[in-house]
Design a protein around this ligand. Structure first.
Ligand code: C2E
Ligand code: MG
Ligand code: MG
Length: 363
C-alpha cells in the first residue's frame, strides 16, 4: 500500500509522463534524507504484489532523483536529469533509486544502512551511556551529571548522537532509545548514590517527539523502578522543540514536574524564544548554548548576551547552566556573572561510567 508514502507526498504533484513513466514533484524538501526515505518507501511499497482476479502481479520500479536548483535551474533540464538518474538506477539492478549527483546516491545508501543498523543496535544492546560532569563554578565540585547516548557500532566504532538521534526520531525508535538511556543512567546514578555521592543529580535528554502521555508515564516508571527519586533527575528538552509545540508541551512538562522532576531547556539562546514566552512553561533550568559560551573573552556581544541571560533567568527563578566551557577565562567570567553550574571539556569530556566513577570519587 502506498498509504505511508502518501503522507510524504501529500503536498506534491504526481504525474504520468507517458507509458510506464511517472514523475513526482516534491516542494520544500527539508533534507536529502527525506527524499531518500521517500524513494526507499516507494520502492518497498511496490514490492507488495498486486492481486487482480486471483493473479498476483509483481511490479518493479526504478527511481531517479534530481534536485532544483542543485542539478538544474529549469524544469526541462530538471526532468532530463531525473531521467538520466533513473537510467543509472536501472543499471544498478531492479528496484533501485539513484540521485543525479553520484555522491548523493552514496550518502543516501549510507543513511539507509544506518537506519537498518540502528534497528539492530537496540536489539543487540549496542547503545551505551557516557557521563559528563556538571560542576559548581567556584569550588569545581561535581553537582550533576549529563547522560549522553553513544552507539558502539560494530564497524564504525563509537558513534556520536548527532549521527543517530535524528534517524531514531525519523524511524520511530526514539522512545525505545530514550527508555534505554534513561534506564542505564538511573541504575548508574543509584549505584553512585549508594557508594557515597548522595547529592549528585542526573540530567537526561528527552527528544520533543517523546513528549506523549505514554512515554511520560514510562519514563516515570523507569526512574522509580531504578530506586531514584524524581527530585534527582533533570529532563533536558531543546528550546526549538518547546517553541514549536508550547501548548502541548506544557501539559506533559507539568505532569513531569508535578511528579518531582526538574525540567531544563537545552541549547538556550540560539533559537528565537523569548524568556517571557518560556516563563509560561514549567521549567527550572536554562542551559546556555555552547555557541554563546565559546566566544566569551573574544566577543563582547556574546558576553553581554550571557550576562543578560543569567540576570533575566535568575529574576525568573531559574538555575543557569553554561554548556561547552573549555577555558579558565570562560569559567572565571561565568563565575563572576553568577552562573550556577558549568559543564564542558574544562571539567571533563563525556566518558564511560568506570572512568566517571574515578573522577567522581577522586577528591
Ligand atoms: P546536548 O544535550 O546539548 O549535549 C551537549 C553536547 O555538547 C554533547 O555532545 C557534549 O559532548 C558536547 N560538549 C560538552 N562540553 C563540550 C565542550 O566543552 N566543547 C565542545 N565542543 N562540546 C562539548 P554529544 O554527546 O555529541 O551529544 C549531542 C547531542 O545529542 C546532545 O546535545 C543531545 O541533544 C543529543 N543527545 C545525546 N544523548 C541523547 C539522548 O539520550 N536522547 C536524546 N533525545 N538526545 C540525546
Ligand atoms: Mg543536553
Ligand atoms: Mg546543549
Amino acid at each position: 500500500s502506498l498509504v505511508g508514502s502518501e503522507m510524504c507526498i501529500r503536498d506534491s504533484t504526481v504525474a504520468r509522463l507517458g507509458g510506464d513513466e511517472f514523475a513526482i514533484l516534491i516542494n520544500q524538501v527539508d533534507s536529502i534524507d527525506h527524499v531518500t526515505d521517500l524513494a526507499a518507501h516507494l520502492l518497498s511499497a511496490l514490492e507488495h504484489p498486486l492481486s487482480i482476479h486471483d493473479h498476483k502481479f509483481y511490479l518493479m520500479g526504478s527511481i531517479g532523483v534530481a534536485i532544483y536548483p542543485h542539478d538544474a535551474q529549469d524544469d526541462e533540464t530538471l526532468i532530463s536529469c531525473a531521467d538520466a538518474a533513473m537510467y543509472q538506477a536501472k543499471a544498478m539492478g531492479r528496484n533501485q533509486f539513484s540521485f543525479y549527483e553520484p555522491s548523493l546516491t552514496d550518502s543516501a545508501h549510507e543513511h539507509l544502512s544506518l537506519e537498518q543498523d540502528l534497528r539492530h543496535a537496540l536489539v543487540n544492546k549496542e547503545l551505551t551511556t557516557f557521563y559528563q560532569p556538571q560542576v559548581n563554578p567556584i569550588t569545581g565540585e561535581i553537582v550533576g551529571i549529563e547522560a549522553l547516548a553513544r552507539w558502539n557500532h560494530p564497524s564504525r566504532g563509537l558513534t556520536s548522537p548527532n549521527t543517530f538521534i535524528e534517524i531514531a526520531e525519523e524511524i520511530g525508535l526514539i522512545d525505545d532509545l530514550g527508555a534505554i538511556i534513561t534506564e542505564q543512567a538511573c541504575i548508574q546514578l543509584k549505584h553512585w548514590h549508594d557508594i557515597g555521592a548522595n547529592n549528585v543529580r542526573m540530567a537526561i535528554n528527552v527528544s520533543g517527539r517523546q513528549l506523549t502521555d505514554q512515554v511520560v508515564e514510562q519514563l516515570k516508571w523507569i526512574v522509580s523502578n531504578a530506586g531514584i527519586s524524581p527530585d534527582n533527575v533533570d529532563f533536558e528538552l531543546t528550546e526549538s522543540y518547546l517553541m514549536q509545540n508550547a501548548e502541548q508541551s506544557k501539559r506533559l512538562l507539568t505532569s513531569l514536574r508535578d511528579s518531582g522532576f526538574h525540567i531544563a531547556i537545552d541549547d538556550f539562546g540560539i533559537g528565537y524564544s523569548s524568556l517571557a514566552y518560556l516563563k509560561r512553561l514549567p521549567i527550572d533550568k536554562l542551559k546556555i548554548d555552547r555557541m554563546l559560551i565559546q566566544d566569551i573573552a573574544h566577543d563582547p556581544n556574546d558576553e553581554a548576551i550571557c550576562r543578560a541571560v543569567i540576570a533575566l533567568g535568575h529574576s525568573l527563578g531559574l538555575t543557569i547552566v553554561a554548556e561547552g566551557v573549555e577555558s579558565l577565562r570562560q569559567q572565571e567570567f561565568l563565575a563572576r556573572e553568577g552562573c550556577d553550574i558549568l559543564q564542558g571539556f574544562k571539567f571533563g569530556k563525556p566518558m564511560p561510567a568506570t572512568e566517571f566513577e574515578r573522577l567522581l570519587f577522586a577528591a
